[in-house]
Design a binder for this molecule. Structure first.
Ligand code: DC
Length: 231
């Protein structure tokens, strides 16, 4: 450390939860980049373990079969918000985890308690190692993974706004079928027994339906700066 160096900003842990299509990933990455924090996409980890199950022929309708091998794949997540990376047993899976096949199976795999225990441990160790702090996005971060986070945000948006954003990302996929698929995945993620998608009691809820991405980012950055200043 150089003499006279400015005192570093205190590490801050930010949990951003909410259903898909609310702008969680874009917001989380931008906030982390702007504030010099690490970034963790926990949905990518659940997608990665799902990809491994599919690739290894595991019957994803059988929770016992999934539980038996939940500890096998080695999942490594990068935490640079400008270049999010994820590997499974050394293979770069950033693209294959976004396929329709993985998307349609991830809720079933992520509902298995042994999968959640494994991935939750991984998430906690990554957050603990982030010296300057981290933005962690997911579904159960504020409630289960990091209940002591400095700031918890719960992003929401109308199903219409979410479906139209998602179909834009999927390069013009049909809005109605995207809406149905989103609602089906939300219902599964919200109704599972182990750490469902839920707003923590102390989370700040932000409805993004009528906000631009820039407005959402500014809102969250302001909230993080307020928390940092109060530490
Ligand atoms: O954010 P995403 O759409 O990439 O997440 C994919 C799935 O992973 C989502 O449908 C539910 C699951 N997930 C979860 O159960 N818990 C998390 N913290 C993050 C994602």
């Amino acid at each position: 450390m150089e003499n006279g160096a400015a005192r570093p900003a205190p590490a801050v842990i930010v949990a951003i939860d909410g259903p898909s299509g609310t702008g969680k990933s874009s917001t989380s990455k931008a906030v982390a980049a702007k504030l010099g924090l690490s970034y963790l996409d926990t949905g990518a980890q659940y997608r990665a373990i799902t990809w491994w199950m599919v690739t290894n022929g595991i019957d994803i309708t059988d929770p016992t079969a999934i539980a038996a091998v939940a500890g096998k794949p080695e999942i490594i997540s990068g935490t640079d918000p400008s270049a999010p990376a994820i590997t499974v047993d050394g293979t770069d899976v950033a693209r294959p985890i976004r396929t329709q096949e993985v998307t349609s199976k991830v809720s079933a795999v992520s509902a298995v308690p042994e999968v959640r225990t494994r991935i939750t441990e991984l998430q906690r160790s990554i957050a603990a190692a982030a010296e300057l702090g981290i933005v962690v996005e997911g579904r159960d971060i504020g409630t289960t993974v990091l209940p002591d986070a400095d700031l918890k945000i719960f992003l929401t948006a109308s199903p219409e706004a979410r479906a139209s954003r998602r179909s834009g990302e999927l390069k013009g996929a049909d809005v109605n079928s995207t809406r149905e698929a989103l609602l089906k995945r939300d219902a599964a993620d919200s109704s599972r027994k182990t750490s469902p998608l839920a707003k923590a009691d102390d989370a700040v809820e932000v409805d993004t339906s009528d906000l631009t991405l820039q407005q959402v980012i500014e809102c969250v950055v302001t909230l993080v700066e307020e928390k940092r200043a109060a530490k």
